[in-house]
Each structure stands twice: as C-alpha cells, then as structure tokens.
Design a protein. Structure first.
Ligand code: MRU
Length: 408
C-alpha cells in the first residue's frame, strides 16, 4: 500500500480526455472517456471529476479536446479564437465556486491569444501541449505544498480533514491530503480523522479510500462528531483544501469547513488550509464576493449508492439478464426511491437513490461555505506558508512581488 496505488484522476489518451468516474467511487470504479468538450462539461456537472485543482485541469484538457476535434474544422485564426472563447465560457458555466475552473479556462484563452502568430494547425498542437503542462504543473504544485505543509506537523500528529482534498481532487497527489502524504513519508502522522462530509460524502467515499490505499491510519466519523473528538484532545491539527481564497484570506471550501474552523479555534487547534496559488483569487477583496453553488435537493433528501450485483444462482442470473435485455431496467419503487439495474462488463450493476426525508420537505443545499480569515492559522501553498495578515502574504506569494510572510 502506498500513495502510488491511487489511480490518476484525469489524463489525455488517444485523442480523448479520460478520468476515473468519482461519482460512484469507491464501490464502482468506472473509467470515463470524453470524446467531446461537452462530455467534459457533463462530467464536471455530474461530479465525475471534482475538486478545485482537478477542475482547473479538466477545463484546460476540455478546451484542448475541442481544439483538436470540433475546432480542427475552423480554418481562420480569428474564428478559431472566438469559438475557443465560447467553449471556455461553456466550461466555466458548469460550476461557479472553484476558481481553478475559471483559472484553467483563462490560462488557455490567454495562451491561445499570445501564440496567435503561428498557423491554426500549429496553434491546436500548442494548445494541447499547454493543457498537458497545466496537468503536470498541478501535480508539481501539490508535491511542493505538501512538503511545506509537512513542516508544520509535529511527530505523532493526529490530523482531522474534511471532504476530499486528496489526489482525486487534483491532477495527482492532493492538497490537504498532499500535506498528510508528505508528513506520513516523514513518519509524522499517527492518524487521520476523516469527516464523512454530508451530503455528497466525499470524505467517506474518497478520502477514506485514498488513505486506505496510501496505508495511512485513519478513522471515519460523521461530521457532527468533530467537536467531540476535538474536546477529547484527539486532534492536533485540522487541514482542509480550498475552492477559492479571497485576497483577504477568506476561504471558500466544502460546506462544513467554517464550523470546523470555529471549533478548532475554540479548542486551540491550528486550522490549516492547503491550496495551490491557482486557488487564490486576488480579484475578490473578501469571501463575501464568492458565489456559492447550490445543488440538487436530492443530495440532502436521500442517499445514492451503486454497486455490482453478484447473482447467487442461475435463476437470479437469468432474471437479471431478462430484465436488462433492452437496456437499463428501473425497478418499480414507492415513495420516490429509485433503483436501476444495468449490464456491466458481463455482470450487472445497480444505481440507487433512496429517500430519507419526507417528500416535499423544503431544502437548502449550499455546496460550500466561507471561513473568515480570522479563523485560519495559515494557508499552505506551493510557494510556502502564508500567515496573517493575508492581504500582504497572499499578494506576495501569488504575484511573486514579495516574500511569503513566513515559511515553515
Ligand atoms: O464539490 P467538490 O467535491 O468539487 O468540492 C471539493 C471541495 O470542496 C474540497 O473540500 C476541496 O478542499 C477543494 S479541492 C482540493
């Protein structure tokens, strides 16, 4: 078991964008092959690919995919650049909060305009190469920020994390988990508390899976147990990722992060945010300006589950075969529960949504919250560790115009 057992998140292969479908992990591990940029948009909306840095890579690869497929039919440079802008806009419309999505699309747009003196054919190839750079650089950044963050942890640290800011949320290696992976290599991690992270359960599904593969001791808790484990003195540091960090150090991250930060402060536990500089949005003065995505109420009113069906008998096998003969079969269910059975590589799979709340209950489902900078002990980036006052330290680290406030 080691970090290298974790599969890559998203990559380019044979003229397509490929990714591990995270919407059903860890119980069903599908490979998703996107032949068009619309397919990439669909994958982002459905959270097959998710996590801020991974979304930046998805935007870059999606634009490159368009450039070498549909875009290959456009001959005029101006038409090509205009169409690329439209594609980039469609990609960034998929989800509003993680700035990396916008960052990735902007970087590709800028790159295309800056290299417009070559032929359109050459430009397409350059765009693909640039998207691959975006992917490779993301992994480099994560490894660098992981090393900086590991310096902050003492030997025997018990760390609490929320959501999935692991390898799957990035091109590879992860942000908050990148710090934990690096510290683990130095023998510093005694254990990790994994918040399950309602409603989409990225902690229970993805973070627990990654930590298991990496061979790092971990314990899964429901979100409402965090206060109790802190009060019992079982947490030495909280480390989370970020979807967008404003110029003043306010941090948008998975819903529930703000509560953890307040709890950590109340218990005298350092609260660290680990994110590459591509997550810092210096155009926003404070977190009040960050658009928070609201998602489908069904994430809150029910739970989804998928799995592989192993027929016990030839009769069961025949029944499943019959039911799925003409495509996926939706079982008749009461109360709005849904279960579909489909054929899958010689076997069968179920995909279910099971209602837990009464039909018609009003729901509020913000996917992220904003943690005010005053609760954040430090922000760990690939360029070092930024400390308050963040207006200075983040500006220094992101524009390259000054030193980071403190390193290590
Ligand atoms: O909705 P998601 O799964 O895309 O949200 C991801 C997060 O909020 C993660 O917690 C995170 O820290 C940002 S990605 C490293």
């Amino acid at each position: 078991m080691s970090i290298s057992d974790i599969p890559r998140t998203i990559w380019w292969e044979e003229g397509t964008v490929r990714m591990v479908d995270q919407s059903r992990l860890p119980l069903v591990g599908d490979l998703l092959v996107c032949n068009t940029y619309e397919g990439v948009c669909h994958a982002i909306r459905g959270m097959a690919v998710r996590g801020a840095p991974a979304l930046g890579v998805a935007a870059a690869l999606g634009i490159a995919l368009w450039a070498v497929t549909e875009g290959a039919e456009i001959e005029s440079r101006e038409d090509f650049l205009d169409a690329l802008d439209v594609v980039a806009a469609q990609i960034t419309e998929t989800r509003p909060t993680a700035v990396n999505l916008f960052w990735g699309a902007e970087r590709m747009k800028r790159f295309a305009r800056e290299n417009a003196d070559v032929s359109v054919d050459e430009l397409r190839e350059l765009i693909l190469a640039e998207a691959l750079n975006v992917m490779a650089e993301d992994e480099e950044r994560n490894r660098a920020l992981g090393a900086h963050g590991a310096e902050l942890l003492a030997e025997g640290s018990r760390v609490l994390t929320h959501c999935n800011a692991g390898s799957l949320a990035t091109a590879y290696f992860g942000t908050a988990l990148g710090v934990i992976f690096s510290a683990h290599e130095q023998g510093k991690v005694a254990g990790v508390w994994v918040d399950e992270t309602r409603p989409v359960l990225q902690g229970a599904r993805l973070t627990a899976w990654e930590l298991k593969m990496a061979g790092i001791p971990h314990t899964l808790i429901t979100d409402n147990m965090a206060a109790s484990v802190m009060r019992r003195g079982l947490v030495d540091a909280v480390i989370v990722g970020a979807d967008r960090i404003a110029a003043n150090g306010d941090v948008a991250n998975k819903i529930g992060t703000y509560g953890l930060a307040v709890l950590a402060q109340a218990h005298g536990i350092p609260f660290y945010v680990a994110a590459p500089t591509s997550t810092v949005d210096l155009t926003l003065a404070s977190g009040d300006e960050i658009v928070i995505e609201e998602r489908d109420e069904r994430e809150v009113t029910g739970v989804t589950a998928s799995g592989v069906i192993e027929p016990h008998s030839p009769q069961e096998f025949r029944a499943l075969d019959l039911l799925t003969a003409e495509g996926p079969y939706a079982l008749g269910m009461t109360k709005g529960h849904q279960m579909e059975i489909s054929r899958k590589g010689g076997g069968y799979q179920f995909d279910a949504w099971l209602r837990i709340a009464p039909p018609g209950v009003p729901v509020y489902n913000p996917a992220f919250d904003v943690t005010p900078a005053e609760h954040v002990t430090a922000i760990i980036t690939e360029r070092g560790v930024a400390r308050p006052p963040y207006a200075e330290s983040l500006a220094g680290c992101c524009t390259g115009s000054g030193a980071i406030h403190e390193i290590g």
